[in-house]
Design a protein around this ligand. Structure first.
Ligand SMILES: Cc1cc2nc3c(=O)[nH]c(=O)nc-3n(C[C@H](O)[C@H](O)[C@H](O)COP(=O)(O)OP(=O)(O)OC[C@H]3O[C@@H](n4cnc5c(N)ncnc54)[C@H](O)[C@@H]3O)c2cc1C
Length: 412
């Protein structure tokens, strides 16, 4: 397809952009994805390690799997779906977290979410941290879990937004990798890689999209880039779009990084079991032992801790993980661990974070961001989803919704 034949440009080839472009392509709309990286998938990224295991460095869980469109796509692609319940829905390793303590923590967490739901019904929004029970011994761990859920501690997170998140409680995984499935879904689509969009001018009859590879005209454009990219002003809009940029600032990406380590003698542990580094602090890792039964640990770090570890590079993640695990299992444990892989999402220039949360008072910005402009500039991406934000299936839904809006606009 020549550039002059393009009807719709999709900026960004992550889960949202791929889903949008597939919907357009299937409707015979001539669309083109402009992707800054040399691959599709964005924050859905599967790599293969030296042992041949597919590691998801970005999304790994098919959350709300019973209604998650990527589960259907994975099945159509012949991928193997693992339905083992996730570690956070099962009791953790007793080491360092006795059963009675775990029960007390779960009860405190339940009470916190109860207060959150109640507070979300009030007119005024607030920071979720205001709902922590003063002096509760589990506040540190509840905050640590917030860093895994939102990529940020509760003092930065909107009550209303957090309460709106919808989850069916069914979580599956894809053996071949979530990132693999997302990028394979876009395999037939027209894409220009290594093509970061720098500016979009809609002052003329057609929109002009500027990239280092030249300018391309289109009737409509779907923006499917992370909010961080919009907020950083990486793409200049003419005329300017101050309300969109303000919404993007109100919906920053929290930070979460996965760190994979090999573990000698892993069979000593149950498959798919988790342990927290500690239970009295927000600055702790979640350690998922033997994911898929593999001889490794998938460690998860979020929020301020992840930011600090990124500043130290991959070694800082390993050192921190070893220290926390040695505290539980003794000094000999260190020699059983070897680093495999981490991706620093905060330093990734085309992500600048992991997934979106809303700042207190700004939950409605998700709708503001998703609103089309003049019937020819459309917005997609996980941050545009009011109930499935921060997920790859939320990204899908917003991508398909934007494509449907484009199709409707073209038929007028
Ligand atoms: C560590 C981690 C764990 C996660 N775990 C889960 C999980 O278990 N389950 C789940 O559902 N979700 C999870 N997520 C979140 C999920 O990966 C994202 O919500 C989802 O992939 C976002 O898709 P998107 O299309 O909205 O954005 P992205 O995937 O970020 O896609 C945006 C695309 O735009 C491109 N781009 C950026 N700037 C430009 C530009 N100027 N021009 C052109 N292209 C540009 C980017 O390269 C990227 O490809 C996780 C994420 C991380 C980082």
């Amino acid at each position: 397809m020549a550039d002059s034949d393009v009807e719709v440009i999709v900026v960004g080839g992550g889960a949202a952009g791929v889903a949008a472009a597939r919907r357009l392509y299937d409707a015979s709309v001539r669309c083109l994805i402009l992707e800054a990286r040399s691959r599709l998938g964005g924050r859905a990224l599967t790599v293969t390690d030296a042992s041949g295991f597919a590691l998801d460095l970005g999304c790994g869980w098919l959350h709300s799997a019973d209604r998650n469109p990527w589960a259907r796509v994975a099945q159509e692609q012949g991928a193997a779906i693992d339905k083992t319940p996730p570690p956070w829905m099962r009791p953790p390793l007793e080491t360092g977290f006795p059963r009675t303590d775990h029960v007390a923590y779960r009860e405190a967490l339940g009470r916190f979410y109860g207060r959150l739901h109640e507070a979300a019904q009030r007119d005024a929004d607030a920071a979720a941290a205001t709902l922590l029970e003063p002096g509760c011994q589990w506040n540190g761990l509840i905050n640590a879990v917030s860093t895994y859920v939102s990529g940020a501690e509760l003092d930065r997170v909107s009550v209303k937004d957090l309460d709106r998140y919808d989850d069916s409680g069914i979580n599956w995984r894809i053996f071949e990798g979530y990132g693999f499935v997302v990028s394979a879904y876009g395999a037939r689509l027209p894409v220009k890689f290594d093509c970061p969009v720098r500016a979009i001018d809609r002052s003329g009859k057609r929109l002009l999209v500027y990239t280092p590879q030249g300018a391309i005209a289109a009737d409509q454009v779907i923006m499917a880039v992370p909010t961080t990219v919009l907020a950083a002003g990486q793409i200049a809009f003419t005329p300017a779009l101050p309300e969109k940029i303000a919404a993007a600032h109100a919906l920053p990406l929290g930070l979460d990084d996965k760190f994979f380590m090999s573990l000698d003698g892993a069979e000593e542990f149950d498959k798919d079991i988790r342990i927290f580094g500690r239970t009295d602090s927000a600055a702790t890792g979640g350690y998922h032992f033997r994911p898929f039964g593999r001889p490794m640990i998938e460690a998860y770090f979020g929020g301020t801790l992840a930011t600090e570890l990124e500043a130290g590079g991959a070694n800082a993640f390993f050192d921190f993980a070893v220290t926390e695990l040695v505290n539980h299992f003794g000094g000999d444990f260190a020699v059983r661990l070897k680093p495999i892989r981490v991706h620093l999402w905060g330093r990734d220039p085309f992500a600048l974070g992991s997934y979106s949360y809303a700042r207190p008072g700004f939950a409605d910005c998700r709708q503001t961001l998703a609103e089309p402009v003049e019937g020819r500039l459309f917005f997609a991406g996980e941050a545009c989803s009011s109930h499935d934000f921060s997920t790859a299936h939320g990204a899908w839904e917003t991508g398909v919704a934007a494509a449907e809006q484009v199709i409707a606009a073209r038929s007028r």
